[in-house]
Structure formats: structure tokens, C-alpha cells
Write a protein that binds this ligand. Structure first.
Ligand code: GLA
Length: 382
């Protein structure tokens, strides 16, 4: 629309290198942002309406800001709408509710982007954290980065209804160039670790296939881990999350657990140790060991957590056979979506060729392959 007050913003997506399905179990995770994400253009109005439109869907939300729905509508705009609803209610705590000036004005927001949606690259956290950032900047709401992340989390959990952990909005909201994020999901502390992007390359290969029931399967995994924790916590005084359960305790009581629950718990407990070991390798510059941990993570997600797919496994196996590829695993929740490959710089064309051939032989088409250099958190663009 017309008007000089338009401003534009960008928020990245992310891949998670280690710590698969650990965030909602209180474990450590190691994500990094990628330089693809969500573009957000904001223009204030003067009639108190909110209009949300996007370049990838016909559906437009257009209603008075004072008449926000209280739960999800089923449309793509549930994500930004959830953020607006969170900010309006003063969620997360400590952030002040949107003032009446904001409510009386209203705004138009146009969303676009270059992240595949629902492919495990955190398109949802990108749009949610980006929306919080764009509204904060446009209306001088005075939020800090943690409050913007909190609003994004509130939108996904309370409004959209996915029981997700904290990794994705933190990975998007706190990303720094040439660094990976070490986030301890038990106490929510985090630090940035350097990654030499001149010598390594992060590849993303998209299966283009997403299991229809992925959201339900994700929530089921969350519930299975909760059940594992409830069964094991009496044996570990002071334990507050599944991450606190030692492997010996699981092994002593494994036969008492439902076999599916036991497999989920084993993945989580071993993945915690693997993620700490991978961090130590990264800090020593040992990218081979770091990559090997990623490959082990994939095997565990495939066999114990059962969240891989045949297409993901074909890509991971093909990628790992390329000289110079140190690791590969599904990224995000799994059940389809993308593989992230961790490779030495210079082997990008080999990955594209070998993985493309393997996938084409099996499925008759070549998957999109892209390489990334990391990125920083949400910002205004011109
Ligand atoms: C999804 C969720 C994250 C995390 C990953 C699995 O991306 O949104 O919170 O649980 O799956 O590691």
C-alpha cells in the first residue's frame, strides 16, 4: 500500500547440528542460523485494523485489532496472529501489553521469504520472532530480545498449539554471524561458539516430502518423553527433566518400561552425552569427530526415535559417502523435511552431484541442495 512509513525486516531460519529432540527434554542443543528466512514489511494504519498478507498464499487476515481470535484459525497467519495476541496480552511476563495507541492505529504486514515452509528449517520461528521484532521496532514497544523470543514461543505453544521446545526461537532470535549457539534448555542459558565457516560448509538438502501427521507425531514424542521421565524420576532424586536421568538408571529399569518409551529415553539420554562430546570436539577444531556425532545422531533418530523417513535416510547415506562430508542428519523434528550436511568447504558440487544422483535413481527427481554460511538474528533491512 501507499505511505512513506513502510519498513522492512528479515529474520533467518536455522538448522540444528546436534541435540536432536533434546530441547523439550531440558538438554543442550547446538543450532545455527542460515541466511534464508522471512521478509516482513510493516506499514502502520490509522483505523485500528490488522491485515496480514503473504506472497505464498491467497489467504489474507483483515479484522479490527481489538477483535483478535483467541485460538488458531487453521490459516498460515496463525503464526503472526499468535504473536500479536501474545503481545496484546502482555506475554511473556515482564513485557508490557500493547498500549492503546498501537491498538487504535493497527497495521498492515506483508510476509515473504525464501525458506521452504514446514521443512525443518524453522520457518515458524522465523516468522514468529521476525513478527515480534518488526512490531517492536515499528511501534517502539521497548521489548528486549528475550521478550521477543518469549512472544514467539507463546504464539506457537498457546495459539498454534505445538508443544515445541525453546530451541527454534532462540536459534533465530540470538543468532550471530560465524557462530553456532550452545543453548542449555534446562536453565535456558546460552553462549556463542565460533565455527570456521571459511573451512566448513553447511549444506541443506530438501526431500520435498513432509509426512502429513508430523505435528501429531511430534506431540506424541513429547508425551512419550514425559512418560519416560515420570517412570524414571523416582530413581533419581532431584531430577527435573529427562536429561537428568543417567544411562545406568535407564539400563537398570529399561525392562520395566514400554519398549517404545524405552527407545525414546535411550535416544535422549545418549544424545545428551553425544552433544557434550561434540561440543568438546568443536572447541578443539576436530570437525571430523563433530561430524561423526551428527551421523550418529541421525542413526539414533532413525532407529530409536523413529522420526526419520526413507527419503531422509537415502540422502543421509549418499551424503556421508562423499569425501569431505563429515556428518549428515535430519534437521528439525524429522518425519520428512530436510537433511543438514556438515562438510569441508570445496565439496559442495560433489554433494550436489552424488546426492542428486542417488535421489534421482530412487525417486526420479533431484532434490534442492543449498549451502549456507550462517547468519545473524532479526534486523531491519532497506
Ligand atoms: C522441532 C521443534 C524444536 C525441536 C526440534 C527437534 O523443530 O520445533 O523445538 O524439538 O523439532 O530437535
Amino acid at each position: 500500500g501507499p505511505g512513506a512509513a513502510r519498513r522492512a525486516f528479515f529474520a533467518p531460519g536455522r538448522v540444528n547440528l546436534l541435540g536432536g529432540h533434546l530441547d523439550y527434554n531440558g538438554g543442550p542443543v547446538l543450532p545455527t542460523a542460515i541466511d534464508r528466512g522471512t521478509f516482513i514489511a510493516v506499514a502502520p494504519r490509522s483505523d485500528g485494523r490488522v491485515r496480514l498478507a503473504s506472497t505464498f498464499s491467497e489467504a489474507v487476515y483483515d479484522r479490527p485489532l481489538r477483535e483478535l481470535p483467541s485460538e488458531r484459525t487453521g490459516a498460515w497467519y496463525d503464526y503472526p496472529l499468535g504473536v500479536v495476541a501474545a503481545l496484546r496480552r502482555g506475554e511473556p511476563e515482564r513485557s508490557k501489553p500493547l498500549d492503546s495507541r498501537f491498538m487504535d492505529l493497527g497495521f498492515d504486514v506483508l510476509f515473504g521469504g525464501n525458506l521452504p515452509v514446514g521443512a525443518g528449517l524453522s520457518s515458524s520461528a522465523s516468522i514468529c520472532v521476525g513478527t515480534a521484532y518488526a512490531l517492536d521496532a515499528s511501534f517502539e514497544l521497548g521489548l528486549d530480545a528475550l521478550q521477543r523470543v518469549g512472544a514467539a514461543l507463546h504464539a506457537e505453544r498457546e495459539f498454534v498449539g505445538v508443544h515445541c521446545g525453546i530451541m527454534d526461537p532462540y536459534a533465530v532470535g540470538f543468532a550471530r554471524p560465524r557462530q553456532v549457539l550452545w543453548l542449555d534448555c534446562k536453565d535456558e542459558s546460552f553462549e556463542h561458539l565460533p565455527l570456521d565457516f571459511a573451512s566448513v560448509s553447511i549444506g541443506v538438502i530438501d526431500t520435498g516430502v513432509q509426512r502429513a501427521l508430523a505435528r501429531g507425531e511430534f506431540n506424541r514424542r513429547v508425551a512419550e518423553c514425559a512418560a519416560a521421565f515420570e517412570a524414571l524420576r523416582p530413581h533419581v532424586p532431584g531430577a527435573t527433566v529427562l536429561r537428568d536421568i543417567p544411562l545406568e538408571v535407564l539400563e537398570a529399569h529399561e525392562s520395566e518400561l514400554d519398549p517404545t518409551i524405552a527407545r525414546r529415553a535411550r535416544h535422549v539420554i545418549e544424545e545428551v552425552a553425544r552433544t557434550f562430546a561434540a561440543r568438546a570436539a568443536l572447541e578443539k577444531g576436530d570437525i571430523e569427530t563433530f561430524g561423526r556425532s551428527m551421523a550418529e545422531t541421525h542413526a539414533s533418530l532413525r532407529d530409536l526415535y523413529e522420526c526419520s523417513s526413507e527419503e531422509l535416510d537415502v540422502i543421509v547415506d549418499a551424503a556421508l559417502a562423499v569425501d569431505g562430508v563429515h556428518g549428515a542428519r535430519l534437521t528439525g523434528a524429522g518425519f520428512g523435511g530436510c537433511v543438514v550436511a556438515f562438510a569441508s568447504a570445496g565439496v559442495e558440487r560433489d554433494v550436489e552431484r552424488v546426492v542428486g544422483d542417488a535421489y534421482e535413481n530412487r525417486y526420479g527427481r533431484r532434490p534442492p541442495v543449498a549451502f549456507f554460511q550462517g547468519d545473524e538474528g532479526p534486523r531491519e533491512i532497506t
